[in-house]
Design a protein around this ligand. Structure first.
Ligand SMILES: Nc1ncnc2c1ncn2[C@@H]1O[C@H](COP(=O)(O)OP(=O)(O)OP(=O)(O)O)[C@@H](O)[C@H]1O
Ligand SMILES: [Mg+2]
Length: 318
């Protein structure tokens, strides 16, 4: 869907002068204009609000953001691509791999393998489609400082890929606080087509928000900003037909006496925006159990996979 959208000048109402103003303000693509509000556009470019609204509508029309029949929607869904994790069992749980046009949320306690799955995907996304990849690079938004190029190289080599080439195609953006993280997400629309990015990872999506907004009186503001952030990520996944994978922490639920004693952080905002939510927990040694907890069309099910030197793999038979 991201192909053949054209350049800024192809948007009705955008002449050379307006295009120049937009580019100067950092809006380099039709996508970036379409996902901005007319107020954002007007503020950033100095264009009148009326003009900004006109351009914004025209850009959205070019991206075909409109009402669709279910049949048209099915046709758009048919271009959904799937990215392999490296484990057939985990791919199966996900309905054949991590799907594009969607957010996959990996939830779990420390050491359950959220970051490891993200690293593995940075390598597998670079495989050709016949081998479960998407033939493109990855963009890794690292909010916890846990991205390790050595680990991606190790996994790439195990897949028979050239580690140097693989590392060149992983762009890492360290997010230092939630504002910074939001800003990075806003820049994605330009980078994705330019660098042939086929996967976006945000590890973790929520830790900065949790650390910065302490206390009940700040909760509403936090949720509002988080909401706009994750919706932007979802729009990015849809517009560019790529998967977005986010990680999330669990928090204790002291009020629960029966059933699980932890729940995902972020409340209903993250829950409603993630397309598929997978809960990870530890098994014996390198084994991990993944549970699909919330999906619009996949059954609640569990599978076992392994974190090994080679990345994410199926568990060996006992
Ligand atoms: N090179 C490797 N080979 C095999 N297993 C590894 C390797 N690197 C890490 N692991 C395994 O992955 C685990 C760490 O998982 P990971 O960092 O993905 O956890 P996480 O869910 O992201 O935790 P956190 O919430 O702290 O970020 C380690 O405990 C180890 O078992
Ligand atoms: Mg981690």
């Amino acid at each position: 869907m991201s192909d053949a959208i054209g350049k800024l000048e192809d948007v009705p109402g955008v002449g050379p002068a307006t295009a120049q103003k937009l580019r100067a303000a950092g809006y380099n693509t039709v996508e970036s204009v379409a996902v901005a509000s007319s107020r954002e556009l007007a503020d950033a470019t100095g264009l009148s609000t009326e003009k900004a609204a006109e351009i914004s509508t025209a850009a959205r029309e070019k991206l075909q953001i409109r009402f669709l029949t279910a049949e048209e929607l099915l046709r758009h869904r048919r271009v959904v691509t799937r990215l392999s994790t490296g484990s057939k069992a985990l791919d199966g749980l996900l309905g054949g791999g991590v799907e594009s046009q969607a957010i996959l949320e990996l939830i779990g306690e420390y050491g359950t393998g959220k970051t490891q799955v993200c690293h593995a995907l940075c390598a597998t996304v670079q495989l050709p489609r016949e081998e479960g990849g998407l033939g493109g690079g990855a963009l890794y938004v690292d909010s916890e400082g846990t991205f390790r190029p050595e680990r991606v190289a190790q996994i790439a080599e195990a897949k028979g890929l050239d580690a140097d080439v693989v590392l060149r195609n992983v762009i890492v953006a360290r997010a230092f606080n939630s504002d910074h993280q939001i800003l990075i997400a806003e820049k994605l629309s330009d980078l994705i087509p330019e660098k042939n990015i086929r996967l976006v990872v945000v590890d973790s999506v929520i830790s900065h928000f949790r650390a910065e907004y302490l206390g009940r009186e700040l909760l509403a503001e936090r949720q509002q900003r988080l909401n706009s952030h994750v919706h932007r990520l979802l729009r990015t996944a849809e517009i560019h037909n790529i998967p977005v994978v986010v990680t999330n922490q669990v928090i204790a639920s002291p009020e629960v006496f029966f059933g699980p004693t932890t729940r995902p952080a972020g409340g209903h905002i993250i829950a409603h925006t993630s397309t598929n939510r997978v809960f990870l927990r530890k098994g014996r040694k390198e084994l991990r159990i993944a549970r699909m907890i919330d999906s619009p069309y996949l059954a609640e099910a569990e599978c076992v996979f392994a974190i090994t030197e080679r990345g994410i793999e199926d568990a060996k038979e006992a």
